[in-house]
Design a protein around this ligand. Structure first.
Ligand code: EPU
Length: 342
């Protein structure tokens, strides 16, 4: 095959997914730029195989081996590009570790990404599911990105509108964006920064720490502390963060549920719908800390499913299905998984 494409055959993927589920890839390629993708596209056999674009592997559930080419986005580098309209533009390559990048911006005195501290994964993955936490989403600080189009072989620049960001969603999760491989991302960070303490939990943490006007770094440290308290460290316990999206229901549905369950956690959305806390629904169904085989529900956050050791993808799927069935029966709400199932 291609002598200058450093393809690995039959590559184990256990250490490339934070759930640490055993799986293998028929072919595996570390991608640092568009050139390798050009070569892959040009190869009649490899170019026709299914592709899986892999970042930090923190939003994936392998239920089988991958019979195609895994593209492991590994480009490194970050730079401050300059100022535009009162914002500082900072670019990072797709393979940069997300949290290290957040730390880098904070060390430069730049605010904007602090609420997204300690999210596992890579820079290139952030726009795919528009990662968000504590009232900030990628789209709020996004400027543009460069993507390689595997269909046309073109390198394209996409702005926020092109990316069609929504809650844990973007063009990259849909048919017309599937051929796009993100190479680098540029963020626009505000020069006149103000903390986003809209989430009560974060505001309370700032108050308890006696921080009246916290700096970006201080807010980042608070977010880190909250996350460490509630979420399992993938280095210690295999997991993929929130396993389900927070479901959005109609105002009527929410009102009906509230009549029956007065403590229901809900947040009104700008369009009049209501977002429910999936973690609360699962918790109320009694799932917190329970397990099925080697797959379990994290005792401190019911929205997080964990690998208790030696879990296979199907163990996690079985647990997820049981949880979905209970939540559906009790609340009439269909929970949608957040990770991508392979
Ligand atoms: N809750 C419970 N029991 C639980 C878990 C949560 O009662 O076991 C209640 C909490 O008390 C709270 C509400 O549910 O009232 C929401 O919980 P939390 O604030 O922990 O946030 P979440 O909705 O569960 C979302 C994101 C997280 C993000 C946090 C903070 C999704 C699917 N998840 O979680 O994102 O870090 O808010 O902004 O939107 C991720 O996507 O992987 C992720 C970790």
């Amino acid at each position: 095959m291609h002598p200058h494409l450093f393809l690995v055959h039959d590559q184990p993927l256990d250490s490339f997914n934070t759930f640490r589920i055993p799986a293998r890839a028929r072919h595996y390629l570390r991608v640092t730029g568009a050139e390798q993708l050009d070569q892959l596209r040009a190869d009649p056999e490899l170019g026709a195989l299914p592709r899986l674009v892999l970042g930090g592997g923190s939003n994936l559930l392998f239920t089988r081996d991958f019979d195609g080419v895994v593209l492991h986005m590994s480009g490194l580098g970050r730079e401050i590009l300059g100022e535009q309209d009162g914002r500082v533009l900072v670019r990072a390559q797709a393979g940069e570790n997300w949290h290290a990048f957040v730390q880098y911006t904070l060390e430069q005195g730049l605010g904007g990404l602090e609420n997204l501290s300690l999210i596992p994964g890579t820079v290139g993955a952030a726009p795919i599911q528009n990662v968000g936490a504590y009232g900030t989403e990628t789209k709020d600080v996004f400027h543009s990105l460069t993507a390689y189009d595997m269909d046309s072989g073109e390198v394209r620049v996409l702005d926020a509108q092109d990316c069609r960001f929504a809650y844990r969603d973007s063009i990259f999760k849909h048919e017309d964006g599937r051929a796009l491989v993100v190479l680098d991302v540029t963020f626009a960070l505000p020069k006149d920064w103000a903390p986003n303490l809209r989430y009560a939990e974060l505001a309370n943490a700032a108050r308890d720490a006696g921080l009246e006007s916290p700096t970006p770094r201080q807010v980042g440290a608070l977010v880190e502390a909250i996350r460490r308290r509630k979420l399992p460290d993938p280095a210690e316990i295999g997991n993929a963060g929130s396993f389900f999206k927070n479901p959005v229901v109609s105002a009527e549905h929410c009102a009906r549920l509230l009549a029956q369950f007065p403590n229901l956690v809900h947040h009104a959305q700008p369009d009049g719908t209501e977002k429910l806390a999936a973690g609360w629904l699962i918790d109320q169904c009694g799932w917190k800390g329970r397990s099925m085989g080697a797959a379990g529900v994290y005792p401190k956050q019911a929205l997080v499913l964990v690998n208790l050791g030696g879990a296979r993808g199907e163990d996690v799927v079985r647990l997820a299905r049981a949880i979905q069935a209970d939540v559906e029966a009790r609340y009439g709400v269909a929970l949608e998984p957040e990770p991508v199932f392979i």
